[in-house]
Design a protein. Structure first.
Length: 114
């Protein structure tokens, strides 16, 4: 079975270099999908963190800089176009920036100074 590895510590560059798109479903959460420019779709629903299987949460993947293996999905008949929310590069860059601000705790100092 084919697969795609994504290093979330280097997410933006990975998506750009490999010409990939990332999406989730509007009607069913818990799985992040990767779409190649040839239409092949790969999905991952769980990741192992400290020996525990956990659902994928974008903020945790980014914070821990995990590498996730996405497996090819052969039957994509239920992955309707209307059900996909694509996370574009600009959106992901904003999420990464926002997460860095939260993790830096600078926002606490800004609140205390206001």
């Amino acid at each position: 079975m084919k697969s795609v590895n994504i290093d979330f510590g280097n997410l933006i560059e990975e998506l750009k270099e490999k010409n990939l798109k990332m999406f989730v479903r509007k009607t069913k959460g818990g799985v992040i999908y990767i779409e190649k420019n040839n239409g092949e779709i790969y999905g991952a629903g769980l990741v192992w963190i400290n020996g525990v299987s956990k659902p994928l949460y974008l903020d945790e993947l980014l914070e821990k800089k995990l590498t996730v293996n996405f497996e090819e999905i052969k039957d994509t008949s239920r992955l309707w176009e209307w059900d996909r929310t694509y996370w574009g590069i600009d959106y992901l860059e904003d999420i990464i920036k926002f997460q860095k601000e939260i993790n830096s705790r600078e926002w606490i100092m800004q609140l205390m100074n206001n």
